[in-house]
Design a protein around this ligand. Structure first.
Ligand code: ZN
Length: 310
């Protein structure tokens, strides 16, 4: 199984000669500028992206090197941006761990390591040994993303997904690491397994939450150290995440881009500095300042992951 699908719009290559003849492509090429450059707003607060996939982002962008180099080369440098948690959950990346390590040697880049539930049917003893090896030899701050994903045809692997999920939750407890959860179309099973496996006080990042506030509250009531991550799905109009953005206590919120996914219009991919756009949407919905959202979510990320962004 390959990577989770990026929205079709993102897969178009505007540099293809044939695509240049389409007026929409021409219009987009002429009008495109990085969204943060065209934004008239600037904020004094420093901020972070609590969840992105630099390995996937660099792959689809045709880039190798550090995050600093990427931001510089693509003109995405953002003064308040202090770093990110980058998630490695593809076996292809984990099996080339020595080359991936360069990604987390940049200032402000911390790593989570896991196994994506959409690939759980490929999970073997070797994959488990690989994850254990990376955890033993590197400065990894969390285990994830792991979880359940019953969307589309992945439903047929639900038993295998559940077995892998339980195994990796136990590994997180034994390694004393916070967990990053991915639950898609599987929330009741996901909640049940986490309740059975993790201690109540465990630090949990419920990533890319798409359900509404009532759903989120069930998690909050059971896990006092759980935070919910909201992506730019908020800005793209998804009703569940917008409801969560309105009601969530600010000390339980994390900003995430899930880069390269959920790009704000008109970007082709999201990148970690675009976490600021999620903060803008949350601030608008709640009627508070963007600086407050940026500041508080940075603190929450540091507390949950036990890291410091300088
Ligand atoms: Zn992710």
């Amino acid at each position: 199984m390959g990577l989770p699908k990026i929205h079709q719009r993102n897969l178009e290559d505007p540099t293809r000669v044939s695509s240049l003849f389409h007026w929409r492509t021409l219009q987009r090429l002429l009008s495109w500028t990085p969204p943060h450059i065209s934004s008239p707003l600037s904020y004094s607060s420093e901020f972070v992206d609590s969840h992105c996939h630099l390995d996937r982002l660099f792959r689809v962008s045709g880039y190798t090197g550090s995050l600093d180099g990427f931001l510089e080369q693509r003109r995405f440098v953002e003064p308040g941006f202090k770093g990110c948690i980058t998630v490695f959950c593809d076996e292809a990346s984990l099996s080339k761990w020595e080359s991936q390590k360069a990604l987390i040697e940049s200032t402000g880049v911390h790593a989570a390591v896991g196994y994506h539930p959409k690939n759980a049917h490929n999970f073997t003893k070797d994959a488990e040994l690989l994850i254990r090896h990376v955890l033993d030899t590197s400065n990894v701050c969390a285990l994830g993303e792991i979880g359940l994903d019953y969307s589309g045809s992945y439903y047929r692997y639900k038993e295998k997904q559940q077995a892998v999920f339980k195994k990796l939750l136990v590994l997180a407890v034994n390694s004393n690491l916070p967990v990053v959860l991915h639950c898609r179309d599987a929330e009741p099973d996901c909640f049940k397994i986490v309740r059975q496996t993790l201690p109540r006080m465990w630090r949990i990042h419920l990533h890319c939450y798409m359900n509404d506030w009532e759903g989120a509250k069930v998690w909050f009531d059971s896990f006092p150290n759980l935070c919910v991550g909201l992506t730019n799905a908020v800005g793209l109009g998804s009703p569940g995440p917008r409801d969560v953005a309105l009601n969530i206590p600010l000390d339980r919120l994390l900003l995430e881009t899930d880069a390269p996914y959920f790009p704000p219009t008109p970007a082709r991919f999201s990148i970690p500095t675009m976490a600021k756009h999620v903060a803008e949407e949350v601030a608008k919905i709640r009627g508070i300042t963007v600086a407050e959202v940026l500041h508080k979510t940075r603190q929450n990320t540091e507390l949950l992951y036990g890291v410091t962004f300088f």
